[in-house]
Each structure stands twice: as structure tokens, then as C-alpha cells.
Design a protein around this ligand. Sequence first.
Ligand code: FES
Ligand code: FE2
Length: 373
Amino acid sequence: MQSELYLLNCWYGLAWSTELDDGALLARKVLGNSLVVFRDKEGRPAALRDRCSHRMAPLSMGKLKDGVVECAYHGMQYDGSGRCVHYPFGPVPARAVVEHYAVVERDKMIWIWPGNPELADSSLIPDYHFHNNDDAEDDWVVFGYTNVKADYRLEIDNLMDLSHAEYLHATSFGGRGFITNHGRYQVRDLGNEIHSNWWMPAIDLVHPGTRQPIGVQADHFLDMRWNAPSNMRLQVGFLPQGVHADREDAPRDDLPGQFSAHIITPEDEGSCHYFWSADRPKGSVGFVGGMDKEMGRKIFKVAFEIEDKPMLEAVAANMHKGFWEEKPLILPNDVGGIRARRRLAKLIREEQEPAGAEAVSSEALIQMTPSIS
Ligand code: FES
Ligand SMILES: [Fe+2]
């Protein structure tokens, strides 16, 4: 495993909240580490190393009983902090502890901080509050998950360069020439947050089903926000033509839009978890305006699973060296993605080689930092 792969002191998406419904015991690998994820007695999310302290049995093969995990092998039971609370054949031994990780539930997602738990600051979790507006027929959110056999940074590249929508998504939500014919590309660099945006003035709105113009013009924008290490949010806007022309070169987060989450978490060095969502706010126009929830679920799933995933996996299979060693051509539309890639590499470097620190073995560097308390 390469030591330059992952940032540890940061938040990654671990699971959608609903994945822990109904007493689920979820096995999930993140950053090369196998975890078991569940809700404790109080309903709080918990993540433990998926390995019993006795004979290394995966705890995810066991059962969740009233908020504690019972190992399937000899019945030891662990609570959400990883402490053994019951050994069926005698007193609980002092060393019967499994490592646990800092997790927080926010905006329908369980977030994990794989680094030093003492540094885990939940105010650093990027905002996805639109996930909580899933409450009406005309105001819904769909949530999905796609596993992609590719380095997680290829998925970031893909999302930061939405020009691919004109080709790869020609039969789902792209291919209408909006970017090709009207697009003006902009990058807003705020450090560990980078926006890779398209502004498309005076496009002809089309019906999402028939794809025929409906006789209305709009100013359209696609604003992709990246927060280190790999948490992204897309805002898609269709504004009354000319009304917000002054926003072409200004932040647009406050303007009405359709939001979607693109939360990427490395599974290991060759694959990643892609947690995606899409909302349809009340009064939507443009692409999602004419969709019901089922239609929305279907079309986003097609785009991410049938269109993006095979391409990213084929790209990954076509790479035989590291990204930079492959000497990829860098085009003007790649500025946002390349900045995010470089920023992430810098953060990883700084985390691994803090100023004045002694060199540490690469093996030690890539270990996630569990807590045993
Ligand atoms: S391996 Fe889990 S109780 Fe023995
Ligand atoms: Fe895509």
C-alpha cells in the first residue's frame, strides 16, 4: 500500500443513516480497514474494527442484540465503545476490547474520522442540510450508493470536470449542448474548499422527458463544491434569464438550486464507495422539475452506475502507473480537479511530515488511528 494515499484527520462518509436501520450490522471497509458499523443501545452510530479480540472472528458475522454486538464464534459481546460487556463462560477479561472510531451522524449520513479521535471536530463536516427536506411529494431527496473499482481520486476528477456530461451522460441528463455551446468555466479556490463551476447564460429550457424546448430561456449553472478530502456537492441552477447576470463571477450558493451529494470514500487503494443523493426542491424547474421521486431515483442511478462507473473502472484498468507518471493531458476544464488533487496531496504530505517531526515508517503512517478506551 502506498503511504501517500489517504488523509486521516478529516471526515469521510461511512454509511447512509438508513443503512443502520432495523438492527443492521454493517460490514464496511474504509481506507483498507474492515469495520463493523451499527447503532448502540441509545441509537447512536458506532464503528468498531471488524475483528473480535479473542480469535479474530469478523464481528459482522455476529448478531446485534439490544445495541451490543455478539460474536458468532464464542459469544463475547461488545458495546459501541468496543468494550466487552459479556463473556458467557466467566468474568470479562480486561483485554477484551475492540478498537472503535470517532463517528458522527449528520444530514442522514454517518461520518467517520479515521485519524486521531481527539482532533475529530464535527463542525468540519461539510453542509448537506438539503438531505433533511425529504418530506413531500414535490419536495424529495433520493439516496444511492455505488461501488466503483477505481482509485477514489479518479472519481473526484470525474465530478470536478462536468464537461463529460455532454458525452458520457448524453442519454441521461446531459448531451443537450448547454456546456458545449454556452458554458463558461470558473474555479473558485478557497483553500480546502474548491468550486469547479459552469455558467451558461440564455439556454433554451427543454422538457426532461421529450427533450424538446418549452419556449423559455434561463441562465443555467452547475456549481461543484469540493471539500477535502473527497466530499462534494453539486448545485444545479436554472434562473430567470438575465435577472442574476451579476452572479456570473460571484458565489451562487444562496440562489435557488437543485442539490446533490457526491461523497467519495476510499474502500482501499483500488476501489471507492460513492454515496450519492439528489434533491428535488419545491417549485423546481429545469431537469428535475418534471420528475417524480421514482423517476429521479432511476435516472440518477443510471447516470452514476451505468454511465460513470464503467468508464471510471475502464480508466483505472487502463492506468499502469501513478496518475502523474501516466503524464495525462491537462485541459482548461481540469483546473478545479487538478487543484483539488494537488491540495489533497499537500494535506496528506503535511499530515505525514509535520514540521520538525522525525520520519515515521510508511507502515505506521497508513494505519487508521482507532481509540481504545
Ligand atoms: S472469536 Fe469472538 S468470542 Fe471467540
Ligand atoms: Fe458523471
